[in-house]
Design a protein around this ligand. Structure first.
Ligand SMILES: *Cc1c(COP(=O)(O)O)cnc(C)c1O
Length: 456
């Protein structure tokens, strides 16, 4: 009889009671967000028109390392947490590597990705403050689905602007949002001034995240008791996602191991930060030497080829200026299937950590990510989201290095979501019609050189 344990779970009473805020422990704190008009540092109150007060407070909190998870949120986490920490014996065997590979399976949440960890928290704080409506934008729909479910749970109305091309081409996440009772509007729409402006110039416009953000922000500003919520990039979103790494830390202990390498795919940084920060804490405080690798698409390489600069969070230049690694807010990523990774910038905490050498980044082409995703699916029986395939590809690269050197390294990666609603992408890969995309140095140069004007 085998004694090999495959999955590790925490009992409900062992689910963490606090999130971990790495800002408090960082030797160099991130630079402050700036008001786009005055270029002055923004205060908590400046965010109140748009965000719930507690979330504005969390966003700028650089002193508290531990933030209590509200009991109501923790009770809702119990619907799907703890998520399993899985030893990837199948993948190890398929690769013939001496490495010990573990993954944290966030795909088991009701909406199939990690995004719910923050959606539940954000809607909870809105509800506490008497807010009745929340609004957001979504591309492929992972964040919109998470928000719709969270809004349903707390009895709040959700209005989601979904990029029109996704609304039409990827109907199933729209159906999920509608199943939970959200109002989903294809963007650009005639319901906002921002949408009307786009449509009067170009009636056939297929939409973009930039336009959808503008529409959601406008709705929040013009509707009483309505707040805007965001699924990534901001500090408080990464804070909520640390539930992933905090659980993993306890589960790795159950497995009797500690990771040499921690890997996450990278869109705005929330799932990468979520799995990394609790372990990175021990690098900062206890001299551990774990490596942290963010895996981004080669077609949107902000961490590996972008510049560290103040930039807007959105394409239209409406948001505060954030100090981050960026390709410039006008950078238009190719239409890869990992929609959740098509973002020009990176969260400010991650950007500072990368600048200070606490982590690394790699960029990976789309076909390598799907090739890796298929190896994983066949070996472990889970079809990964196209975004998560980036983390898998980076993990496989590391495991193959171990095969060459014979090292038994412990590799931990985050499986941010499943790909069961992304099968058209797999179809394209299997039929050989999926492309890689090269980003030219000229294109990067052109977009980042525009940024110098902003901050002057
Ligand atoms: C949104 C999303 C991502 C990317 O967002 P991060 O904030 O960088 O984590 C990754 N994986 C999945 C499945 C997603 O839905």
């Amino acid at each position: 009889m085998s004694t090999k344990q495959k999955r590790y779970f925490l009992a409900e009473e062992d689910i963490p009671r606090q999130w971990y805020y790495i800002q408090a422990d960082m030797p160099n704190k991130p630079l402050p967000p700036l008001n786009p008009a005055t270029k002055q540092p923004m205060k908590e109150e400046d965010f109140y028109p748009l965000f719930a007060k507690e979330l504005a407070h969390q966003e700028l909190n650089t002193t508290d390392a531990w933030i209590d998870i509200p009991e109501e949120v923790r009770d809702l986490y119990k619907y799907y947490r703890s998520t399993p920490l899985v030893r990837a014996y199948g993948l190890e065997k398929a690769l013939g590597t001496p490495a010990h590979i573990y993954f944290k399976n966030e795909s088991v949440s009701p909406i199939g990705s990690h995004k719910l960890n923050s959606a539940l928290a954000q809607v909870y704080y809105c509800k506490q403050e008497g807010i009745t409506n929340v609004t957001t934008e979504t591309g492929a729909g992972q964040w919109g689905a998470a928000l719709s479910y969270a809004a349903r749970v707390f009895g709040i109305e959700a209005a989601v602007y979904q990029v029109k091309i996704s609304y039409e081409q990827k109907p199933y996440r729209r159906s999920i949002m509608q199943t939970f009772g959200a109002q989903v509007t294809p963007s650009p729409s005639m319901s906002t001034r921002a949408g009307k402006d786009v449509l009067t110039k170009d009636p056939m416009n297929q939409g973009s995240l930039g336009t959808a953000i503008s529409e959601a922000v406008e709705l929040a500003m013009t509707t009483p008791n309505c707040k805007y919520v965001l699924g990534s990039v901001l500090n408080h979103v990464a804070l909520h996602q640390t539930i992933i790494g905090l659980e993993a830390e306890k589960q790795m202990e159950m497995a009797g191991e500690y990771p040499d390498v921690v890997i996450g795919c990278f869109g705005g940084g929330s799932n990468f930060g979520g799995i990394s920060f609790p372990f990175m804490r021990h690098n900062i405080k206890d001299g551990k030497k774990t490596r942290f690798i963010a895996a981004e698409p080669a077609s949107c390489p902000k961490l590996t080829r972008g510049v560290f600069q103040y930039d807007f969070g959105d394409l239209s230049g409406l948001t505060p200026l954030l100090p981050m690694y960026t390709l410039g807010h006008n950078f238009m990523p190719a239409n890869i299937h990992a929609g959740g990774l098509r973002y020009h910038g990176a969260g400010v905490i991650i950007s500072q950590l990368l600048k200070d050498g606490y982590m690394e980044a790699v960029d990976i082409q789309q076909t390598e990510t799907f090739k890796s995703g298929l190896i994983f699916a066949k070996a472990e029986g889970i079809i990964p989201a196209p975004e998560s395939c980036h983390a898998i590809a980076a993990a496989i690269r590391e495991a193959e290095k171990c095969k060459e050197t014979g090292e038994e390294k412990v590799i931990l990666f985050n499986l941010s979501g499943h790909g069961l609603i992304d099968m058209s992408a797999y179809d394209q890969y299997l039929s050989g019609s999926l492309h890689d995309y090269e980003v030219s140095d000229e294109d990067v140069q052109k977009n980042v050189s525009e940024l110098e004007q902003i901050i002057k």
